[in-house]
Design a protein around this ligand. Structure first.
Ligand SMILES: *Cc1c(COP(=O)(O)O)cnc(C)c1O
Length: 384
């Protein structure tokens, strides 16, 4: 942070770092991941030949900012069920989707775990629709020799709280597609500057956040009215702007440490996996892709039922472990999303099961050494 006040930052250097991580020809930093997503979807709409295509297929369990950004872009969500074992889109549900009005499909890569991106890319190609690879949680993740975010026509990254790197707010667009990149380039060139209030307040917020990131501080942070940590809201009125100079510089400095920070997270996930594997009443996520490199931003697991989940999360949180139940509902049960759907909402068993039973644990560098043993012990006490 101190460095960001001294050094002049260069938006071209940040874009170059992002292009190098994603392996794409084009990258632009913007005010948030949601701003990136709404800009991409608007650009795709401009490029589409068929004016009737106004739907975007998304997994029925993902960040609420995704359907909010679809609304912001003037488009309509269409939900695809989620495979509760892999957290990816259920392949059957995707193939059975009505594509007649679909403009694009959006992945999720939740908790940094790559989805079956090659398969989704193939389905999109068959149907002649765009594919947005949502890597908001998966900066630095890789699968099949490619960076997550680089699949399909365009991808997004986020630098928000709780993501791989955080500048408080921020995001990026990457794209391999030459023709779409031209439309995106024009859209980004027209963006207003970041809001003065954010430029003034974000440095202080970031300092606060970096102190309260320590898991032992979570209970204190959560009790304070200032933070949005752990909140999930459906908001369509966010700014769509350029990334502030402060955030650019912090992003650039954190990106330079990405491999080091991600290696710690992956090590923590491996230790948690070893500690929890085989515990009665707990299930782990089975990644779909072969040999994926996860960004490992959280450690997800599933409790046997909602009551067990509540007991476990209560136990974890009381001892200072920042466990969460992630997004509170499947998107099909979020009123603001449901009201806009043109499809049968009766099933979505996978997404609803995930919403009811998922637990996520922190993986970042501040996690105490003995976190895996403590988690193992607490699971024994709760499920035994
Ligand atoms: C956080 C997130 C976004 C939005 O990113 P912001 O920078 O918070 O706007 C989009 N998709 C997913 C999956 C996310 O987790």
């Amino acid at each position: 942070m101190a460095g960001s006040f001294r050094a002049g930052s260069n938006v071209d250097d940040l874009a170059a770092a992002l292009r190098s991580i994603a392996g794409t020809g084009h990258a632009w930093a913007v005010s948030s991941g949601r701003a990136a997503l709404s800009l991409i979807l608007r650009s795709m709409k401009l490029q589409a030949d068929d004016p009737n295509r106004n739907e975007v297929i998304i997994p029925a369990y993902t960040c609420y900012s995704v359907p909010a950004s679809i609304e912001r872009a003037g488009l309509v969500p269409r939900l695809c069920d989620v495979d509760a074992a892999t957290l990816g889109m259920d392949p059957e549900s995707l193939r059975a989707s009505n594509f007649s009005r679909v403009l694009a499909v959006v992945s999720a890569n939740l908790y940094g775990i790559p989805n079956a991106l090659g398969d989704i890319e193939q389905v999109c190609r068959e149907h002649g629709v765009f594919f947005v690879d949502d890597a908001a949680q998966a900066l630095g993740a890789r699968v099949a020799g490619r960076a997550v975010g680089s699949f399909g026509d365009a991808g997004i990254y986020s630098f928000d709280k709780g993501k791989v790197i955080s500048t408080m707010q921020g995001g990026a667009i990457v794209s391999r597609s030459g023709s779409l990149a031209g439309v995106l380039e024009m859209a980004v060139a027209k963006l207003p500057a970041s809001r003065l209030i954010e430029r003034a307040v974000n440095p202080a917020k970031l300092a606060f956040y970096s102190i309260f990131l320590r898991p032992s501080m979570y209970p204190i942070a959560r009790a304070l009215p200032l933070t949005g940590l752990g909140q999930t809201t459906y908001d369509t009125r966010y700014p769509v702007a350029r990334l502030s100079m402060f955030s650019q510089t912090v992003a650039q400095r954190l990106l330079a440490r990405l491999d080091e920070l991600s290696a710690i997270r992956r090590r923590n996930v491996a230790a948690l996996t070893a500690a929890v594997e085989g515990a009665p009443g707990i299930e782990l996520v089975r990644p779909v892709a072969a040999n994926p490199i996860s960004a490992a931003i959280r450690f997800p697991m599933f409790a046997r039922n909602p009551a067990m989940r509540a007991r476990l999360i209560g136990t974890f949180q009381r001892s200072g472990i920042g466990a969460t139940s992630s997004y509170p509902q499947a998107l099909v049960d979020v009123p603001a999303v449901r009201a806009r759907l043109n499809q049968d909402t009766s099933r979505f068993l996978g997404a609803r099961k995930v919403a009811a039973t998922i637990i996520t644990l922190p993986t970042h560098a501040y996690c105490p050494e003995n976190l895996p043993e403590r988690v193992q012990q607490m699971i024994r006490e709760c499920t035994g």
